[in-house]
Design a protein around this ligand. Structure first.
Ligand code: SF4
Length: 127
């Protein structure tokens, strides 16, 4: 039986495709046909797992296993073990307080010197 941790590229639906079609510029989504093919790929789970293990959460881009950057943020977040015993960090507390006070995400990000995605992660973190 093939390991679920290894990506066998010979099974990839995109093996003969231009990788740029899975990484459109300007945060655009790939064509519906491309996404459909990616979502039905034989190695989509391994591909998704590889992306989650190796990509920088601050700069997620492209589609893997049919999942885009925002999807992978949500998946990574859901995989976080709750109740790790740590108190929320100062940036997490600050982000929560400011957003509760009506600040926009982009303004919070600018104040904290991080990306909007990081602020989103702070807001949804379990610690
Ligand atoms: S899931 Fe999509 S990006 Fe990943 S190997 Fe398959 S077709 Fe390529």
């Amino acid at each position: 039986m093939q390991s679920r941790n290894k990506l066998d590229i010979s099974q990839a639906a995109c093996r003969d495709s231009d990788v740029d079609i899975y990484h459109p510029s300007d945060q655009q989504m790939p064509d519906a046909g491309v996404l459909d093919e990616c979502s039905r790929c034989m190695v989509r789970l391994e591909c998704l797992a590889l992306a989650l293990r190796t990509e920088d959460p601050e700069v997620r881009s492209g589609w893997y296993g049919g999942f885009g950057p925002e999807d992978r943020d949500a998946i990574a977040l859901s995989l976080t073990v709750p109740g790790g015993g740590q108190a929320p960090s100062e940036p997490v507390l600050t982000a929560r307080r400011l957003v509760n006070d009506g600040w926009r995400i982009s303004d919070v990000a600018e104040l904290l010197g991080c990306s909007r995605r990081t602020v989103q992660r702070y807001l949804h973190s379990v610690a």
